[in-house]
Design a protein around this ligand. Structure first.
Ligand SMILES: Cc1cc2nc3c(=O)[nH]c(=O)nc-3n(C[C@H](O)[C@H](O)[C@H](O)COP(=O)(O)OP(=O)(O)OC[C@H]3O[C@@H](n4cnc5c(N)ncnc54)[C@H](O)[C@@H]3O)c2cc1C
Length: 234
């Protein structure tokens, strides 16, 4: 019997199966078990969440799990091993989020370069003003740095090595870089960046959530700090 609620679940209104972590006994992370639960199970409800700052093309749902019964065959991994399942999924998920951030930041540099070479002010393209070039250079640097951090994680995975901390570093840097890049790109567009005619405002709204899900930036820092010191600050 699974009870309780989960909120903010990506694709929650589209999914046929939900990965649910439930306490099956004991204290702390050892008492958690993972289940694959069909979303048409009696007692399972997915409600759309509206009014998001960004990611408006993606369905985010609140899942309500009220007295859902699942057979033992719905269990993923052993009883009490759910925390490990979650951590393994998060470690790779963080790399995926970081890779998406590289794409978003790259879109920012492409849009900003194109606009700045066409828009003219004070008798020349705004790309010819040094402070605009600074914005472009800063975005380009963030794109490259974030991409290299993602590639490092992918390389570790390919070689079967430990990658969780490197994935946290990539996710932390790339998500913050995506927000910085979208903000800088919007600045390059001036007032036009603030309206829907150009995509950079959307990039900024979409980037922010990357610093929140799959572990906030603060949580990534705690994971990195714990790996460095052996001391948990959670
Ligand atoms: C659009 C969207 C989609 C999502 N999709 C999913 C999904 O598919 N699956 C899923 O499981 N979750 C999903 N989430 C949830 C997301 O992972 C959480 O919102 C996120 O982990 C933060 O948790 P919270 O909102 O409860 O914030 P809180 O945990 O309440 O955190 C609030 C603030 O406190 C800080 N904080 C909390 N604890 C500490 C600490 N120990 N030390 C320092 N600072 C701390 C946080 O960094 C943050 O700044 C989604 C969220 C959004 C917005």
């Amino acid at each position: 019997m699974l009870s309780g609620t989960k909120i903010f679940i990506t694709n929650g209104t589209w999914a046929d199966i939900a990965l649910v972590f439930a306490r099956t006994g004991g204290e702390g992370h050892r008492g958690i078990t993972a289940f694959l639960v069909p979303t048409d199970s009696p007692g399972f409800t997915a409600r759309p969440i509206h009014g998001k700052l960004g990611l408006r093309g993606q369905a985010t749902a609140e899942l309500v799990i009220d007295g859902v019964r699942v057979p033992d065959s719905a269990r993923l991994h052993s009883v009490g091993k759910g925390f490990g399942v979650a951590m393994a999924a998060l470690a790779k998920g963080r790399m995926s989020v970081a890779a998406g951030c590289v794409g978003l930041a790259r879109a920012c540099v492409e849009a900003a370069v194109e606009y700045s070479t066409q828009r003219e002010q004070f008798g020349k393209p705004i790309a010819g003003h040094q402070l605009v070039q600074e914005l472009l250079a800063d975005i380009a640097l963030d794109v490259d740095a974030a991409r290299l951090l993602v590639w490092r994680v992918a390389d570790l995975i390919d070689r079967g090595r430990e990658f969780a901390v490197e994935s946290s570093k990539a996710k932390l840097f790339a998500s913050e870089a995506a927000v910085r890049s979208a903000d800088r790109a919007l600045q390059v567009f001036g007032g036009y960046g603030f309206i829907d005619e150009f995509p950079v405002g959307k990039y900024l709204r979409d980037a922010k959530v990357m610093t929140l899900y799959e572990g906030t930036s603060q949580i990534q820092k705690l994971l990195i700090g714990r790996a460095l010191t052996g001391v948990s600050a959670f």
